[in-house]
Design a protein around this ligand. Structure first.
Ligand code: CAA
Length: 377
């Protein structure tokens, strides 16, 4: 049984009000423009809703994963694409937080609390998506430096981030055990943005290719030891997948709320459609699925906070919550009938946004594979 503390209720309310007053009014505009919502990020920074996972020691918010999940549900309720900037940063800073040295944290984290900045988790490549071990970006050690060459795709904040965490192979012959993670600050010659993606949904988030040509970073920018990159990436995703799950719950809850309010005012056959049992049962099934997903998110996040990261639980929360978001948004659109299909109503955006939650941070097929592997082990 989870009982929220007063502090958790307070920050959830702050995020809820922020979504209502600052995100929802501009969500359609950013969806249409497909631009990163800088004014929203600046406002979030100003009221302490940014840098959620940066420890208080570095003047970040230092939230635990459970409280972070509460905030992410509210932000994504407002707009999944806007949440993308928050979630993308949290994902990208996690490798530094879990495997960086004190010297690396002291060097890179302060900039993120001085002003609102972006970070990017650069793992995926054109031929290394679900199979993250197939990375072909190379890192050659020459003297006191590594020289990185390759390209990354579908990277949140790719090419515009102040800090890219780049996963590269330092020893091709060792496969998965030859992957290594590097901290690449903005302005490093040779790192540039490639194609910016034009997406179906999640449009307020910036996703682009990252090109790396003779990118030189000092040995001091290597995260962990050579060969530890794959484990750093997997440990990162174990703690960030519940955040994606929380966002999926936010999208699903928004769809249910919109459908409830529409069903109460839409009159057909002489009464509001909410009085037809066909609609009531649809709504009941959906809200049950949303509540079950939220319970899983809370359990997965609490498990991480207890220090016992559970890959199976994180994967389950991500898979169940995002499948729920997809199913629920489609069904809620159905309740809106023809209006649901039109852009002036909120449902079509929610359907477009929900889809990415089944794909990013590991497709739901990968989540099922993780669960099956652990189940059968
Ligand atoms: N924690 C620590 N170590 C782990 C681990 C975990 N969760 N999972 C695996 N490992 C270790 C294993 O123990 C093993 O090490 P040993 O040999 O020393 O025992 C090693 O890693 C290899 O493990 P597997 O054999 O299980 O690896 P695999 O190649 O079969 O596949 C996978 C693993 C789960 C499929 C993995 O490749 C994966 O998660 N793929 C999906 C990638 C992904 O989520 N990408 C999303 C990118 S980020 C994004 O989308 C956001 C954005 O910006 C848009």
């Amino acid at each position: 049984m989870f009982e929220l503390t007063d502090e958790q209720k307070e920050i959830r309310k702050l995020a809820r009000d922020f979504a209502k007053n600052e995100i929802i009014p501009v969500a359609a505009e950013y969806d249409q423009k497909a631009e990163i919502p800088w004014p929203v990020i600046q406002k979030a920074f100003g009221i302490g809703l940014w840098n959620l996972n940066i420890p208080e020691k570095y003047d970040g918010q230092g939230l635990d994963h459970f409280t972070e999940a509460l905030v992410y549900e509210e932000l994504a309720y407002g707009c999944l694409g806007v949440f993308g900037a928050f979630g993308g940063n949290s994902l990208a800073l996690t490798p530094l937080l879990i495997s960086g040295t004190d010297e690396q944290k002291d060097r890179f984290l302060p900039a993120f609390v001085e002003s609102a900045r972006l970070a990017a988790f650069a793992l995926t490549e054109p031929n290394a998506g679900s199979d993250a071990s197939a990375i072909s970006t190379r890192a050659r050690k020459v003297g006191n430096e590594y020289i990185l060459d390759g390209s990354k795709c579908f990277i949140t904040h790719g090419g515009i981030a102040d800090l890219h965490i780049v996963f590269a192979s330092t020893d091709k012959s060792r496969g998965i055990k030859g992957l290594t993670a590097f901290l690449v600050p903005a302005g490093t010659p040779g790192l540039s943005m490639g194609k910016k993606e034009d997406k179906m949904g999640d449009r307020a988030s910036h996703i682009a290719e990252v090109l790396l040509e003779d990118v030189r970073v000092p040995v001091a920018n290597r995260l962990g030891n050579e060969g530890e990159g794959f484990k750093i990436a997997m440990r990162t995703l174990d703690v960030t997948r519940p955040a994606i799950a929380a966002a999926a719950v936010g999208v699903a809850q928004r769809a249910v709320d919109e459908a409830v309010s529409y069903a109460k005012q839409r009159v057909q056959f002489g009464k509001p459609i909410a009085e037809h049992q066909a609609i009531q049962f649809m709504l009941a099934d959906m809200v049950m699925a949303v509540m079950a997903s939220r319970a899983l998110v809370w359990q997965a996040a609490a498990k991480i906070d207890s220090g016992r990261v559970d890959s199976m639980l994180s994967a389950t929360a991500k898979c169940v919550a995002s499948d729920t978001a997809m199913k629920v948004t489609v069904e809620c659109l159905q309740i809106f009938g023809g209006y649901g299909y039109m852009k002036e109503y909120p449902m079509e955006k929610l359907v477009r946004d929900a889809k990415i939650t089944q794909i990013y941070e590991g497709t739901n097929q990968i989540q099922r594979q993780i669960v099956a592997n652990l189940l059968l082990k």
